[in-house]
Ligand binder design. Structure first.
Ligand code: ZN
Length: 164
């Protein structure tokens, strides 16, 4: 289980809207969380990037994001609000289309509310990198990929140094 479980661009499941997680199903989602962890670690090893992955990327249509920057954090039923007026241009990459970068506009700041795997509530104010990352992952829960948010039709490039 790992990177091979990640759905690739073109898989129709990536365009579906995921449903909320109930408290009672958190335990049954643990094997999926393990799969998300393995996929992210494998991706990081191969491509030197990757900070988060969303459950629908392995075909589990639930509103759950696995984030791992310096430690693992399970983000359940996230809600985004208070988007800043200020937008930033960023080149998004994604486990579903490794090697391809897509230029998108994201809010520089936002507020994230979520529950963790112990069903505790959290509220984070995010900016920059993390704000951008969470908007990318949140989009997966709504079946939206970065190319659907491309700034224009020239907002695509192949990552440098990638051997294809
Ligand atoms: Zn992605």
């Amino acid at each position: 289980m790992g990177l091979k479980d990640i759905l690739r661009l073109g898989d129709p499941r990536l365009y579906k809207i995921s449903s909320p997680v109930f408290k009672s199903e958190v335990d049954s989602l643990r094997p999926s969380i393990e799969m998300l962890h393995n996929a992210l670690m494998e991706f990081r090893e191969m491509y030197g990037a990757g900070r988060a992955v969303a459950a629908p990327q392995i075909g589990v249509l639930k509103r759950l994001i696995y984030l791992n920057i310096d430690k693992p954090i399970i983000i359940i039923n996230p809600e985004l609000s208070d988007f800043s007026e200020k937008k930033i241009d960023v080149w998004d990459d994604c486990l579903c289309f490794p090697g391809l970068l897509v230029k998108v506009k994201r809010a520089e700041k936002l507020k994230l509310k979520f529950r963790d795997e112990n069903w505790e509530e959290h509220e984070w104010n995010l900016k920059g990198d993390l704000s951008e990352l969470i908007q990318h992952e949140y989009d997966h829960l709504d079946g939206i990929l970065a190319m659907q948010r491309a700034v224009d039709d020239k907002s695509f490039k192949i990552k440098k140094g990638l051997s294809l």
